[in-house]
Design a protein around this ligand. Structure first.
Ligand SMILES: Cc1cc2nc3c(=O)[nH]c(=O)nc-3n(C[C@H](O)[C@H](O)[C@H](O)COP(=O)(O)O)c2cc1C
Length: 398
């Protein structure tokens, strides 16, 4: 090991900055030994870090370049304060919400995370079983380590399907038709990785990993999207494996929409302008997302983007959001700003890595309990009662 590497590892282990960079709560230093001991979803993070190989941890926890967008997703929640109302009957809270005609138990959903067997041997199946037990919506990644049909069986219903578009329309049609045939009600096309990305910190972690990555998979986890390793993924059976065409433009949304009966969401919308274009070109909704800080660097936190998107498309057009949600109060802020649902990525992967299905279940339970408490404390015990009156941005009404 070079002295630089040793220095870097020592820096990572010791630095409170590093803890903040990867979202680690300063209070979660004592690691838990059972899922039930977790008091916050961040209690799973140090356990995940301990059990995962450095390359897998780095692939999951980090962002791009200097990890500034990653950090901003968390820091932006501090721009918002809540305005509590009193003397409302808050004996119970009702988290139920309706999305595309389906009843959700809670607005929090499981967002797409690829290659989940890199985090636990049961991968997406453990996540699906947890989602089923907790009646949560699961969005499955195109680059999943388990096929959509098998995830549907474990989940008891078809998941939403996240699309990384293949580079040919032929392959796109095959993949979309497969998701449709599996019964997926919603297709979420991720459009924030079409230009590629620079996963520098993840690459540094990979360099510290003593294992031979190529003994388990064809390329390193940070090798990029358009690699032959995709061909081994179950959803790429019979397809070339190349994806994320950089030449895609807005007309592609219409063409994709015509291809399927599934509801079409665009995942990775970061401006009012693009939200309007998404609606004009036939999307059924948008997901405000910066890929968990894993796409472009020095962007805004998604909670800061959400209001302009909601204002641009109006309350009737479904707007979802993900990125940095770790507390029920974070979820509450998004609902107050007009989000229909809130996606989580890393929190459930921490839970999965640490304790498999049970960890994912506990993450969902904790976020629900925290959201329920916040709703009752705020005097808004049902989702429909939560609105802009409940929130301030830097002390000013929004
Ligand atoms: C390890 C990892 C893999 C991911 N894989 C995908 C993916 O395959 N498709 C996708 O659209 N988003 C993917 N995402 C992004 C998530 O869907 C989501 O936008 C993001 O994780 C939310 O931020 P959070 O992790 O701070 O909750 C991934 C995120 C992580 C951390």
């Amino acid at each position: 090991m070079t002295s630089y590497r040793r220095e870097f590892l020592r820096f990572l282990a010791a630095s409170p900055l590093a803890a903040a960079a990867y979202g680690q709560s300063p209070t979660s230093t004592n690691t838990i030994t059972s899922a039930k001991d977790a008091l916050s979803v961040m209690d799973f993070e140090p356990v995940a870090r301990r059990v995962l190989p450095p390359a897998h941890w780095g692939y999951m926890a980090t962002g791009v370049d200097d990890d500034k967008t990653l950090r901003m997703n968390r820091e932006a929640f501090d721009h918002y304060q809540l305005r509590a109302r009193r003397l409302v009957d808050v004996t119970t809270a009702d988290l139920k919400t309706e999305v595309f005609g389906a009843q959700w138990e809670s607005p929090v959903y499981i967002s797409a995370v690829g290659s989940q067997k890199a985090f636990h041997p049961d991968g997406e199946i453990a996540t699906a079983r947890a989602a089923k037990a907790k009646k949560a919506m699961q969005m499955l990644s195109t680059v999943s380590s388990v096929a959509v049909e098998d995830v549907g069986k474990a989940l008891g219903t078809a998941p939403w399907f996240q699309l990384y578009m293949p580079t040919t329309w032929d392959d796109t049609e095959k993949l979309v038709k497969r998701a449709e045939a599996a019964g997926c009600p919603v297709l979420a096309w991720t459009i924030d990785l079409l230009a590629g990305r620079n996963t520098e910190t993840a690459t540094r972690f990979t360099r510290t990993d003593q294992r031979d990555c190529l003994s388990c998979h064809a390329t390193s986890p940070t090798a990029g999207a358009n690699t032959s390793s995709n061909q081994r993924k179950p959803m790429f059976a019979g397809l070339s494996g190349n994806m994320n065409p950089p030449g895609a433009t807005w007309s592609w949304v219409e063409r994709l929409k015509k291809m399927t009966k599934m509801k079409l969401l665009l995942k990775g919308i970061d401006t009012a302008e693009d939200a309007k274009l998404a609606r004009e070109h036939g999307a059924d909704g948008v997901i405000v997302s910066n890929h968990g800080g894993r796409a472009a660097e020095t962007g805004r936190g998604t909670i800061d983007i959400l209001p302009e998107v909601v204002d641009a498309v109006g309350a009737q057009f479904p707007v979802f959001v993900d990125g940095g949600f770790r507390r029920g109060s974070d979820v509450y802020k998004a609902l107050a700003l007009g989000a229909r649902g809130v996606g989580i990525g890393r929190p459930y992967i921490y839970g999965l890595s640490a304790f498999g299905q049970e960890g994912v279940e506990q993450v969902l339970d904790i976020l629900r309990a925290e959201l329920s408490l916040t709703m009752r404390q705020m005097g808004t015990p049902s989702i429909g009662q939560i609105g802009r009156g409940a929130i301030l941005r830097n002390g000013v009404r929004v």
